[in-house]
Design a protein around this ligand. Structure first.
Ligand code: GDP
Ligand code: MG
Length: 320
């Protein structure tokens, strides 16, 4: 009996050891990108992942939900979480967006605090810093848009934000041109910890394609329509059919809260919606890597921002 025991022990000990070795081969981490509206968070996510996942526009509050983008390089995988900007919310939807941004802190190994170095006021950023201090949350400070500022403002801005005591490291980048992003990326890759990947190697996001495609159309609303209109509109996926030739027939609705917004979206002789549809289709084709037929219609629903189903669809919490 005694002579049998040691070998049995040995095998038992060996198995977990080899399993452990396998785990050690891969590295993983979650990085949340936080900041004021328009800081360039979505632009940075797309740049880090190497593909357009999160929609971008010159208008603030383009991003409404948590968007996850996956970077896999050699043995390391980082899941980046792009968030809606943090600001003082007024509407129910705004509140849900800001809550989603704060919730992204949970489960994140690293928080990037992205700051628009070009912004005239840093009031919003300082408010975010104040809340992070309260939460005792340390961050990596990333000053963005260095391509379009005088370099002499960077050091004082970095010094001021470093006074908060929550800054672990500071980077200066242009998410738009890519300047400095490789340093940031390598730093984040080095920060990953031994452990299994959370996503398959070829997966770029956890969002279903039908939602990414609806986002591509929503991006065009922000890019092609004036002022407040995009804030009162949304895009919902209706159907998705794959043809034998590999192309997809995608139907979506643009939902507006006011009947008088419908003709604006359609444009003269349908010119505006045609232009929205063409640009969105090109983006979706790029994202999916195959041909797409996109059909859009415009619906009026005064209450879309009060419907729980809408929040559920994009993963936001619905506040009663
Ligand atoms: P978000 O609201 O933080 O997600 O910001 P977006 O990524 O949507 O970008 C807001 C605007 O800032 C867009 O017009 C971007 O093209 C622009 N932007 C983002 N990064 C940079 C940058 O590094 N330099 C410049 N000049 N503009 C940028
Ligand atoms: Mg965004």
């Amino acid at each position: 009996m005694a002579s049998k025991k040691p070998p049995a022990k040995k095998t038992a000990a060996k198995k977990p050891a080899s399993k452990k070795l396998k785990l050690l081969e891969t590295r993983a981490g979650f990085v949340a990108i936080l900041g004021a509206p328009n800081a360039g968070k979505s632009t940075l996510l797309n740049r880090l992942v190497g593909q357009k996942i999160s929609i971008v526009s010159p208008k603030p509050q383009t991003t409404r939900m948590r968007i996850l983008g996956v970077l896999t390089e050699d043995k390391a995988q980082i899941a980046f979480i792009d968030t809606p900007g943090i600001f003082a919310p007024k509407r129910r939807l705004d509140r849900a967006m800001v809550n989603a941004a704060w919730q992204s802190l949970e489960g994140a190994d690293t928080i990037l605090l992205l700051v628009d170095a070009k912004a005239k006021s840093d009031e919003l950023t300082l408010a975010i810093v104040g809340q992070l201090q309260e939460k005792k949350q340390r961050v990596v400070l990333v000053l963005n848009k260095v391509d379009s500022i005088k370099p002499n403002i960077l050091l004082p801005l970095a010094a001021k934000l470093n006074e908060s005591g929550i800054v672990e490291d500071t980077f200066m980048i242009s998410a738009l041109t890519g300047d400095g992003v490789a340093y940031l990326k390598n730093y984040l890759l080095a920060k990953t910890k031994n452990g299994p990947w959370h996503f398959p190697e070829d997966e770029l996001s956890d969002l279903p394609s039908r939602l990414l495609a609806a986002e591509a159309t929503r991006e065009q609303l922000y890019k092609q329509l004036q002022q407040e209109l995009p804030y009162g509109a949304t895009v919902t996926p209706e159907s998705w059919e794959t043809k034998p030739d590999g192309s997809a027939v995608i139907r979506q609705s643009i939902v507006v809260a006011r009947a008088n917004h419908r003709p604006i979206i359609l444009g003269k002789g349908g010119a505006r919606i045609k232009s929205i549809s063409q640009a969105a289709r090109a983006e979706i084709e790029k994202m999916l890597g195959h041909k797409v037929h996109l059909f859009l219609d415009v619906k009026v629903d005064e209450k879309w921002q009060d419907r729980p189903a809408f929040y559920q669809m994009i993963g936001l919490e619905f506040e009663q």
